[in-house]
Design a protein around this ligand. Sequence first.
Ligand SMILES: *Cc1c(COP(=O)(O)O)cnc(C)c1O
Length: 386
Amino acid sequence: MEPPPLGPAEIVVDLAAIRANARLLRATAGVALIAVVKADGYGHGMVESARAAQAGGAEWLATATIEEALVLRAAGVDGRLLCWITGPDADYRRAADEDIDVSAYSVEELDRMAAAYAGRAAPARVQLKLDTGLSRGGAPRAAWPALFARARAGEQEGRWRITGIWSHFACADEPQHPANDRQEAAFREGLALAEEHGLRPELRHLANSAAAILRPSARFDAVRCGIAVYGLDPAPGERTDIGLVPAMTVRAPLLLVKDLAPGDAVSYGQRWVAEQPTTVGLVPVGYGDGIPRHASQPGAADRAATVGIDGKPRPLRGTVCMDQVVVDLGGDRPALGSEVVVFGPPGAGGPSAQDWAVACGTINYEIVTRIGGRMSRRYVDSEAGA
Ligand SMILES: *Cc1c(COP(=O)(O)O)cnc(C)c1O
């Protein structure tokens, strides 16, 4: 269960939105959906997000680390589950016993897996990760023949079944970028080569959220969607409008309203100075709760992040502190305790996570994933009237 609250700010997650987004993505892609719930479900809660995505039709779940996958199993989440980050001491055996698909990047890793699975009755489930141009995880192209040969040999020895072959795009959010065509072509070559080595994976997958929506040719047997499951736009400015609904609202009470006279300066460094009489309000969220400190950029007050109070945008003023921020109320005096919507879906009365991303020079992924700290998390289900 959730720990007791450490402060007045909260994250509200609408499970109905996650279900609906999963349903939409599945219908849009027309193939299996792998819902990515790594990093505590991008800040939405891993276990609850996993269950909601499954209820929306996700056939698979995925985490980054093997430890995250084990947490899902310990919470009683079943169904197909993939992970792709395993440290040198990874417990491959335990993962196999928990029916988790692990990803192998190299012959050395397959050798370690073979040792871990020795004496196991049933073959483990192993997927192969190919590097097609991201130069992050996965086997580089020159290593594919040896990887496939070792993988096939392990199948014949009964150590594992190669259940999937997959790769990951570098530029899926820029659909015109030439790297997308190159990566997809490389992936197809990898699949053909794997087949020549006798491998018959049940799941070939390449697309993340952006590619799942924007690049039909990359859908293969399944799409691996994270950000879109939580209702955020994976490629702002592109044709991604399929009706996704943001699941997260961050809210806090207004703690204080005070008057400022011209010349009064706000917060550490006194970097914002009132030019005319105004009122400001105190909101108990700060960088200790995952609010980016550069949300209020000195000298860029016109681009400052805002929060919503009484349905109006209220810009942050001065430096974001660890535990609080000051917002400009422009002479208004909302009641103490008024709801401050830090961000949320349209209609919640505040900006979006995407608005915050723009103000902070980052992506919406980072805004929702880093939010937390002392905030408590509450789940609602707008379809159940909860
Ligand atoms: C995080 C991640 C995803 C999900 O990406 P989104 O853009 O959030 O859909 C898919 N695949 C891999 C390998 C990832 O690391």
